[in-house]
Ligand binder design. Structure first.
Ligand code: UD1
Length: 350
């Protein structure tokens, strides 16, 4: 039987590219659709080296209806994993319209084109950001959805609502939204990983760039939270575990193929909370380095603690995270070192 083709929108991005690997390893035929607005063509070379063949790639914006339609028709797409979206929280506060336009246009266009072409299965990238500052930990899928703090977070909430409403209306779609906790790490080959443009917003790329000497020190955003060591707690998940969750979700949709319409959401995390200081220590331990850091003020919009109850994903998708924080940090560091090797010394003034 021919490998089913899965369209991966945003497939050149951080989570997308790792999911391409997981899909190929699971016997699917991934096809990337990306406009390279926040990713680089080199990723395709990394994928080629890992997989041993060139992954088909369509350079297009997901909101470009005719390009999307043609790509999906030509490639005979059987299912879609939709990553293509802007994701910088702070930028979304400054440029809300750009975020709503980009993230929602892409999603609406995709769903319409799927319906036109009779493609039924969709996995949507959502985020634990939909839980805001949770009252109870760990958070389950039944935990309350709180008003989003940022336009970025709101595009995820609204995206989930749009999909739920489309399924409620009886449209022939089977959809799973995956609520990711904090993806970190890189493929263990060191051939693909996270490529932050400019100064990283996220913790782990900031740590690896500091260890590489590109940043003088990590600033820990606050140590006066009501947590055991005063720093924020998150659920850091290895990006390959997260990638494999998409394969598990896709398989689950295939098992549900007797249903005309289906919608559900799953938390994708490890179930373990780690503080910023835990991450710093784990990095030092995993990589045998000492990391310069200082304590700075809180970052507006940060919640004190959030981590997943991922029981539902284990029970219904048969998925569970199995890589450790140490592994994820060692892989992130291997990737950063490879970047340094490739680019020489990256401009320190970025
Ligand atoms: C945010 C978003 C999440 C999104 C993710 C990836 C929220 C609540 N969360 O996660 O939806 O998927 O970004 O874009 O909107 N930290 C430092 N110093 C730094 C950087 C980070 O101390 O230089 C701390 C932060 O205060 C936080 C932790 O590290 O406690 C993780 O931060 P980060 O990696 O930015 O992820 P989140 O803010 O949790």
């Amino acid at each position: 039987m021919e490998a089913p083709t899965i369209l991966v929108t945003g497939g050149a991005g951080f989570i997308g590219s790792h999911t391409v690997v997981a899909l190929a390893e699971a016997g699917y035929r991934p096809v990337v659709l990306d406009n390279f607005s926040n990713s680089q063509q080199d990723v395709l070379e990394g994928l080629r080296q890992i997989l041993g063949y060139e992954v088909p790639c369509c350079v297009a914006d997901c909101a470009h209806r005719s390009a999307l339609f043609e790509a999906m028709e030509r490639e005979q797409v059987r299912g879609v994993i939709h990553f293509a979206a802007f994701k910088a929280v702070g930028e979304s506060v400054r440029e809300p319209l750009r975020y709503y336009r980009n993230n929602l246009d892409a999603l609406l266009t995709l769903v319409e084109v799927m319906l036109e072409l009779g493609v039924h299965d969709l996995i949507f990238s959502s985020s634990c950001t939909v839980y805001g500052e949770p009252q109870q930990l760990p958070v389950t899928e039944a935990s309350p959805i709180l008003p989003a703090i940022s336009p970025y977070g709101n595009t995820k909430q609204v995206g989930e609502e749009i999909l739920r409403d489309v399924v409620r209306a009886g449209k022939p779609l089977r959809i799973i939204s995956l609520r990711y906790f904090n993806p970190i790490g890189a493929h263990p080959s060191g051939l693909i990983g996270e490529l932050p443009i400019g100064v990283p917003n996220n913790l782990v790329p900031y740590i690896t760039q500091t260890a590489a000497g590109l940043r003088p020190e990590l600033v820990i955003f606050g140590d006066d939270y009501a947590t055991p060591d005063g720093t924020c707690i998150r659920d850091y998940i290895h990006v390959m575990d997260l990638a494999e969750a998409h394969v598990a979700a896709l398989r689950s949709l295939e098992r549900l193929s007797a249903l005309a319409s289906y919608y559900d959401v799953f938390n994708i995390g490890t179930g373990q909370g780690a503080s910023v200081l835990d991450v710093v220590r784990a990095f030092e331990d995993a990589c045998g380095l000492s990391l310069p850091y200082c304590i700075g003020p809180r970052r507006p919009g940060d919640v004190a603690a959030v981590y997943a109850d991922a029981t539902k994903a284990r029970e219904q998708l048969g998925w569970t995270a199995h890589r450790t924080l140490h592994q994820a940090l060692a892989d992130a560091w291997r990737w950063e070192q490879r970047l340094q090797h490739l680019t020489g010394s990256r401009a320190k003034c970025q």
